[in-house]
Write a protein that binds this ligand. Structure first.
Ligand code: NDP
Ligand code: 8X3
Length: 248
């Protein structure tokens, strides 16, 4: 089950796992994108279930997962990927609606989905949860304040989930990507294409498929091996503050 499979990492992860024979539950708010992905995944001989919900709606999340048909209730892998940054301002000028969207999606949404799926894994004494945090969940940068705080919370939750479900044989892997060229910056800058494009000026950013490969690798390891945390950046990025940009 992959949250936020209508774009970016989530979509690439769905394609990667379907291509390797996994039945997939894809989720997201944009129904037409889910429908397109169902069509795309029909090229693989796997079953695909599309669930159209907003992770911020706790009742919808709970209800949808409770009502999953029996065969779909056996969720081996959950990828908590749905998330976003909105806006980039100094803390004294921040837009509080933007803050609410980030905290509600990146932290509370991830919690709602986990609260609904984790008991199914605990009941089966097996499972693997991936939380897509960020390099912004390890470091902070100017104007990144609330987004960074939300991703630091994801990093903390990954560690906490691992401890809480240690006795239930559940793996938890925190994934912390750096610059990746998806729809992320377009969303952050509210559709401003020029500003979004400038984020990746002079760099070869990660592609969504790079993260899908890493998640698949972690999921393919033997039962006794768990990767707890991985930070992945493009080669030109050493940390949030150090990026080698080749700009003429
Ligand atoms: P995209 O914008 O390309 O994809 C984001 C996905 O999240 C979409 O499928 C979107 O679906 C879904 N989503 C957003 N809000 C909600 C919501 N309220 N309910 C359900 N689904 C939602 O960005 P990325 O693929 O880059 O982002 C994926 C994750 O990776 C995010 O958590 C992001 O913070 C993180 N990340 C991104 C990095 C980057 O540089 N790109 C680097 C590090 C981490 P829909 O709109 O259809 O609901
Ligand atoms: C996205 C990476 O550095 O733009 O999480 O915050 S960054």
């Amino acid at each position: 089950m992959i949250t936020g499979a209508t774009a970016g990492f989530g979509k690439a992860i769905a394609v990667k796992f379907a291509g390797n024979g996994y039945n997939i539950i894809i989720t997201g708010r944009r129904k037409e994108r889910l429908d397109e992905l169902v069509k795309e995944l029909s090229a693989y001989k796997v079953k695909v279930l599309a669930l159209n919900f907003d992770v911020r709606n706790r009742y919808e999340v709970q209800d949808t997962i409770e009502k999953l048909p029996g065969e779909w209730k056996h969720i081996d892998i959950l990828v908590n990927n749905a998330g976003l940054a909105v806006g980039m301002d100094h803390i004294d000028k921040g837009n509080i609606d933007d803050w609410d969207r980030m905290v509600d999606t990146n932290v509370k949404g991830l919690l709602y989905v986990t609260r609904a799926v984790a008991p199914l894994m605990v009941a089966g004494n097996k499972g693997h949860i991936f939380n897509i945090s960020s390099i912004a969940g390890k470091e902070v940068y100017e104007n990144g304040n609330v987004y960074c705080a939300s991703k630091h919370a994801v990093t903390a939750l990954s560690k906490a989930m691992r401890i809480d479900m240690l006795k239930n044989n559940i793996k938890v892997t925190n994934i912390a990507p750096g610059f990746a060229d998806t729809e992320f910056s377009l969303v952050r800058f509210k559709g401003d294409k020029e500003r979004a494009k400038a984020v990746y000026n002079g760099i070869e950013a990660l592609r969504a498929e790079d993260i899908a490969d890493v998640v698949y690798f972690c999921a393919s390891l033997p039962g006794h091996v768990c990767i707890n945390d991985l930070e992945i950046t493009p080669t030109c990025q050493a940390s949030v503050g150090y990026t080698d940009r080749k700009i003429q």
